[in-house]
Design a binder for this molecule. Structure first.
Ligand code: URA
Length: 256
């Protein structure tokens, strides 16, 4: 994820044919407006979602975007991949086949996701190739960093189907934490709620590499299905079918 902040003079000279050293002159003539205010300082930081105009012409327009996807199995949580279909390909398919389903309302009315906006998205918390369920996508690096901060301990709930029957020993071991030699860490307490012999809900507050598979692996038990149901209080609704995405509401964005 790249940094989206730059100095005003660098930003204006990159977007126009005004040389960097001449931006000061444009400021003196009050030609540049940033977020509704006449700009006065060439070193002002321009954020990813700032609105900058020169002589009334908007130079950039970038909106923060937040989406949830019901990730299907068999696609990679990546924006580019040589071999496999990615979650961005899944989103692009939806836009091609039913563009009206991917829209957000803004002051100007309905706004569809453009291909540039699609390419600017990144994933917040990957799911494995064969895992399914709630996946968050955004172009807002600040938000995704906040959602992923380990100290915020945002709980992620998974529904897991395993090969061998589950017992109380799993509940105890998951709660106690497991030592992962490769990372030299002990996992934080994980709540395991056994729903039936082979099905459980798992609540993680961190996201170590293949964490759930490795934890069941300690019992030589293979994870057959792994589905993320929720992240914090944001739950995947049943109307969002595998492969479908929708924009988050403002309340949902703020709740994380
Ligand atoms: N743990 C896993 O092992 N895989 C996932 O996709 C998510 C959590």
């Amino acid at each position: 994820m790249k940094s989206h902040s730059s100095r005003l003079d660098r930003f204006v000279s990159a977007q126009t044919d005004i040389k960097r050293r001449d931006v000061r002159l444009a400021l003196a003539k009050k030609r540049i407006i940033v977020d509704g205010e006449v700009a006065t300082d060439i070193s002002q930081r321009i954020g990813q979602f700032s609105c900058v105009s020169l002589d009334g012409v908007v130079l950039n327009i970038s909106h923060p975007l937040y989406l949830m996807m019901n990730k299907p199995k068999g696609v990679v949580s990546a924006t580019k991949d040589e071999k496999n279909k990615t979650v961005l390909d899944v989103l692009a398919d939806q836009i091609d086949s039913e563009p009206q389903s991917i829209f957000q309302l803004n002051k100007a009315g309905k706004k569809y996701l453009s291909s540039e906006e699609l390419e600017g998205l990144h994933i917040v918390g990957r799911l494995d190739f064969n895992s399914s369920g709630l996946l968050l996508l955004t172009n807002d690096g600040r938000w995704s960093r906040r959602v992923s901060l380990p100290e915020r301990c945002i709980e992620k709930r998974y529904r897991v189907v395993v090969d061998k029957p589950l017992t109380q020993a799993y509940i105890d071991a998951f709660l106690q934490g497991m030592y992962f030699e490769y990372e030299n860490i002990t996992t934080r307490p994980v709540k395991l709620n056994i729903l039936s012999d082979h099905v459980a809900e798992v609540d993680l507050v961190e996201g170590r590499y293949h964490q759930i598979k490795r934890m069941f692996g300690r019992f030589q038990n293979t994870v057959l299905e792994l589905h993320r149901q929720s992240v914090g209080n944001l739950a995947l609704e049943s109307t969002l079918l595998p492969g479908q995405s929708r924009f988050l509401t403002l309340n949902e964005v703020q709740s994380l």
